[in-house]
Ligand binder design. Sequence first.
Ligand code: FES
Length: 75
Amino acid sequence: MSSDGTESILELAEQAGIRIRSNCRQGVCGACKKRKVAGVVRYDAEPDGLDRSEQDNGMILTCVAIPVDRVVVEA
Ligand code: FES
């Protein structure tokens, strides 16, 4: 699945028929948190629902994480 640079990983997964648990879809609640195995993501704003240590351990909020290149996520 390729991104146009604006769609989140959650949106791309849903388009591919992959279900990821979500709730707020605004980077606040943490429900969509997943481990990124490979690749780089960006956020338009620092996500409230993910602290720095989680980010350092590879966790992302799929509802607001936008892939920068090829990204692999444990779903
Ligand atoms: S659905 Fe709430 S942080 Fe992603």
